[in-house]
Write a protein that binds this ligand. Structure first.
Ligand SMILES: NC(=O)c1ccc[n+]([C@@H]2O[C@H](COP(=O)([O-])OP(=O)(O)OC[C@H]3O[C@@H](n4cnc5c(N)ncnc54)[C@H](OP(=O)(O)O)[C@@H]3O)[C@@H](O)[C@H]2O)c1
Length: 281
């Protein structure tokens, strides 16, 4: 059974490909990339995989049985036809199953909602495709909060609009493990699963960061409007409201889900104690 992974030049695609290489030793693994040169170090066959190039996608998917489709990075309006290009190319090349990396998030009422809706549309397109499928809805990556540690240190606090609500974060490594299972086993075919770790509050997140980095961060709640203004000042008028919308989703409890990670993989998601302990110098 040949397995292919799209966007394999990106962090999630590469993590999934590496996890497949380590665990699915019998299966040939092929990477698809818009920029194949960026994926050369994976040591697997890399084929062209620009979501805007239907013919290239069809040629690259010949001989592939199971495909992992990583959600694109374009605007919501552009993503839907891009993902349709991949689904149609897969059908025409004889692919039998697609696993899609969707997202959790507020479906209405925030600047992030159009992004969530575009993912929901691809989920619907996949369900209607006639192919076997499995859909993972990813929790929020925790890595950006870790990478942001110097800014948190400079501010002395984590300040956002999540309030006291809990968020089921995840990591790309744990997602890669779960997507390996969805690709190589059939027990979640036809299902949509939430992939995240134990939900935590922002105060708990601050405490975990403090334990890993020796900081004394505290958490301060902002109103949604204050936080959107704060993010827009740093990230600009497009990305700022989107980040604000993600935290609006946390505030509303959208990300407070136990998730299906254990059911999918046969083991619990890595605990946040273990994750942050491994970051200590
Ligand atoms: N759960 C979360 O918190 C969270 C956060 C951010 C993003 N996401 C989602 O997760 C996905 C993967 O994240 P990541 O960490 O792997 O992001 P990343 O490291 O930035 O990688 C993005 C990948 O998308 C590829 N790509 C962009 N446009 C493409 C196109 N037109 N055709 C084919 N490939 C294209 C890029 O290819 P090139 O190398 O050619 O640029 C790259 O491989 C993102 O696409 C986004 O939808 C989730």
């Amino acid at each position: 059974m040949t397995i292919a992974v799209t966007a394999v030049s990106g962090q999630l695609g590469a993590a999934i490909a590496r996890s497949l290489i380590e665990t699915a030793t019998e299966e040939p693994i092929i990477g698809l990339a818009r920029t194949p040169a960026k994926a050369a170090d994976l040591g697997i066959e890399i084929r062209g995989g620009d979501y805007n190039q239907p013919e290239e996608l069809r040629a690259s998917l010949m001989g592939v049985d199971t495909l992992l489709l990583v959600s694109g990075m374009d605007t919501p309006e552009a993503r839907i036809p891009q993902h349709r290009n991949v689904i149609e190319a897969a059908k025409s090349a004889g692919v039998r199953k697609i696993v899609y990396t969707s997202i959790q998030g507020p479906e209405t009422g925030s600047a992030f909602s159009p992004v969530v809706q575009s993912n929901r549309q691809t989920e619907a397109d996949l369900r209607a495709s006639g192919l076997a499928f499995a859909i993972g809805r990813n929790g929020i990556y925790i890595e950006p909060d870790v990478e942001y540690i110097d800014s948190y240190k400079a501010r002395g606090e984590i300040a956002n609009s999540a309030g006291e609500a809990k968020c089921g974060y995840t990591t790309r490594a744990e997602l890669a493990h779960a997507y390996c299972a969805l690709l190589t086993k059939g027990d979640h075919n036809g299902k949509t699963v939430n992939l995240n770790g134990e939900p935590i509050t922002q105060t708990q997140l601050a405490n975990h960061l403090n334990s890993a980095f020796g900081t004394s961060l505290t958490y301060r709640e902002m109103t949604p409007e204050e936080f959107i203004a704060d993010r827009s000042a740093e990230l600009g008028p497009f990305l700022g409201p989107i980040i604000g919308g993600i935290y609006q989703g946390i505030r509303l409890g959208i990300y407070d889900t136990p998730g299906d990670f254990h059911a999918v993989t046969g083991r619990p998601h890595q605990s946040w104690e273990d994750y942050f302990r491994a970051l200590r110098p």
